[in-house]
Design a protein around this ligand. Sequence first.
Ligand code: PGA
Length: 251
Amino acid sequence: MRKPIIAGNWKMFKTRDEALQFILAVYDKMPSQEKVDSVICSQFTVLRCLVKRQGENLRIGAQNMHFEDSGAFTGEVSADMLKSIGVTYVIIGHSERRAMFNETDESVNKKLHKAFEKELTPILCVGESLEQRENGKVEEFIGNQLKLDLAGLTKEQVKELVIAYEPIWAIGTGKTATSQVADETCGFIRSMIKELYDQETADAIRIQYGGSVKTSNIDELMSMPNIDGALIGGASLKADDFVKLVNAAVK
Ligand code: PGA
C-alpha cells in the first residue's frame, strides 16, 4: 500500500508573520507520519522559519531550485542551500514555472537529477492544457513530458519520486477535474512508469492530483485507486483547511 502524501503549495503568498501564525496553528495537529506524509512548500524567505517549527509530522519543501551546485546565477537557490536549512522536499516543473519562467523539460530533468543527488524528495508536476485535452492529446503530451523529465533516472530514484498530475485548466480556476478524469490520468501516468521502468516501480510511485482541491472534494478524490494524495494551492493557505485536508487522506 502506498502512503498518501498531502502537500500545500503556497506559491507567492504569506509574509513571515503569516507563515508563523499558520505553522503554530497546524504543527501539532498533523496525523501520524505512519499514515500520511504532510508537506508545506513555501517560498524561500519563510522556509527556515517553518522548518524550525515543523513538528513531528510535517515536512517543509521549496517550490523550485537551480540544477547547478553554485555559481553566477543571480536570484537562484541551490539544492545544498535548501538542504542546509533542513528542507526535505522540492516542487519541480510546476506549470506556472513552465509557463512564466522558462522552465523546460530539459531543466526539469536536470533539477530532478540534482534533487536526488542531494537527497531532496522532488514533487514533479506534469499536466495538460485545456486545448490539449479538447484535442485528445492528453496521453501524448503527458507521456512525452514524463519521458523527457525522467530521462536517466534510476528505478530506485523513481520509486521515491512524487508525481503531481495537475491539469493546467484546473489550477486556481475552481474547476476540478472530475475524480474519474483525475484517476484515469493518474492511472495513465502509472502505466507510463510501468512502460519506462517496471511494475514494481509503477506500484511504488506516489501520484498526487492537483487543481482546485478543497475540503469539499478531497474525500472523493482520495477514494480513487490511482490517486495517492494532493498538491493543493489556494486551500492550503488556511490552517484549518490544511488540517482537514491532511486528515481526509487518512480515512
Ligand atoms: P490550486 O493550485 O489548488 O490553487 O488550484 C494547485 C497548484 O497549482 O499546485
